[in-house]
Write a protein that binds this ligand. Sequence first.
Ligand code: RB5
Length: 151
Amino acid sequence: MEKIKKLAFGTDHTSVEIRNTVKKYLEKMGYEVEDFGFSGSESCDYPDYALKVAEAVVNKKADKGILICGTGIGMSIACNKVKGAIAAVCWNEDTAKLAAQHNRANILCLGSRTATISEVCHRIKIFLETPFEERHMRRIAKIKEIENNQH
Ligand code: RB5
């Protein structure tokens, strides 16, 4: 399994309250976390943070990305516009595991309005500790081909 050391982390205004707890949890597990924000009190636009995290991952400044918005949906839609990003919204432990194991997701997107802090932390742990299974590589290659054929 590839060694995951560095994480790119980002949140929007919906997740200011859980941001530090999640970040500390990741650091306590031994990960190096680059935090791309958001920490203000006004509202912000999640695509700005999705882009920063996705770029850090595809440019290999981070091994994996973790993003939290209200639902995880907007973050994942924005990330998946970046070539090389494979962002997955995961709504329970099983999907967090399968996103890593079957889909080779490199960015996990979660919702602060749809999960508790403890569920968020647990899903992240499972995602980061589950290796990709090479038998799924044929499908990942087909997704890459779709991406490469877009103009
Ligand atoms: C912000 O209100 C909300 O739309 C955002 O956090 C996210 O849930 C979008 O998908």
